[in-house]
Design a protein around this ligand. Sequence first.
Ligand code: ISJ
Length: 479
Amino acid sequence: MDPFALTDSSRLVSRARRIDDPSFRAAFEAIETPRVVWGAPEESTVIGGGAAATLTASGPDRFATIRDGADRLFASGDVHAGTEAARPRLFGGFAFHEAATDGEPWTSFPEAWFVFPRVQVTAADNGTWVTVNAVGPDVTATDVERRLDEAVTTFDALGAADREADDHGTDASDGTADPDRNPDRPGIVSRHRTTTRAEWRTGVEAAVDRIRQGDLEKVVLAQALAAELRDDAPRCAMIDRLRHRYPNCYPFLIETDAAGTPDAAGTPDETGTPDAAGAAFVGATPERLVSMRGRTVETDALAGTTGRGETPEEDEWLASELAADRKNGHEHDLVVEAIRDQLEPFTASISTGDRRIKRLAEVQHLHTPITADLAATTHVLELVEALHPTPAVGGLPPAAALETIRETEPFDRGWYAAPVGWIDAAGNGTFTVGIRSAVFERRQATLFAGVGIVADSDADEEWDEIQLKYRPILNELED
Ligand SMILES: C=C(O[C@@H]1C=C(C(=O)O)C=C[C@H]1O)C(=O)O
């Protein structure tokens, strides 16, 4: 239901209970659409299914509109979560640009969209929990408790089945640790790049000219790669592998529309079966935009990239070259300074950690953790609005960078490089930057990747870096 239609008598009821640890895949397959998956290195993994409520917004006030909607939704709460991790939360995100998500492949993704799942499965340190949520004028605690009993029975049976499969030596979780052992990639029939190498050189050189003229310091330029798939991408296996292959990243999957919406005209797709899953935005991002708990804020500056070595020695050598490189250091420092400046008005104190290397399967980045204490109680969306886009994905000065991005990129960024995350009733939350990602719509996947351009960037080197940044998703598609 639309929470903007909430009446004074509407209420939110949420109940949770511990369940018998089903595997990630069993829980994902059992849950209704639209689904969300959220993971973070120091947080519980959540799978959400169904929509007890959704919040949608657009235009310059979209952050405030979502915040108001969330406050109204949670204000009516009758919540018994049992444990903090199982408390009700909204999951969603925003488009990168204002007024941006009209065209393909983003037609199902509003400029701002959050879902309050009907069912949430949370794998926390103290076990796995199922939460059942409902919102509406007629909702009763008795109904929600009955649904919770049913959900617990379903998920407990899945947990028992997983353990039985383990006892018999069959791997119910399907060998998640080794991506090469899993042949269930859909395969790519054809690829289309939005940007040719010649166009890329022209765009990068024009940006470098602008930087040398002095009206721009840094801009992040991206490309998109549209891949037509032989089969539907198996979303469950894909997100499960991503979360194992990138343990220091933030895996996410967001389906905005529910089952049975073949297309706008209502005709089934070419296979004759309605697309059960709708569109999805999927990725495993290394970049956190912000997390807020009470008055404590944590964020990361992540910018500056090199590849991985074939041997540990080569890996170390690449990392030390990156750490010493002037161009990458400059690109990185701009991000650290901008994040500090953008957070400053909210904080009583800010501290910047030591610069280090964040190592991922295909690339290594310069990384600086930043922590702050807020001067007053704040909602995480205020921080999201203040920080997005950081110069890790936008540029400096922000207005000139956004104008350069819009003039140069021949495609719609949609939710790529934009905030994706969760909010709770207290206004706490974690948001990441939706990179290393793709949007899926039936058998079409559109992948996105970008690079920071500064005065001494080389177009061909930046082109190669983009190819590396497509790898996490391409590995999931190529058979
Ligand atoms: C824009 C992307 O990555 C960003 C750009 C980086 C860089 O230019 O070095 C590094 C990390 C990210 O902040 C992307 O992966 O699409």
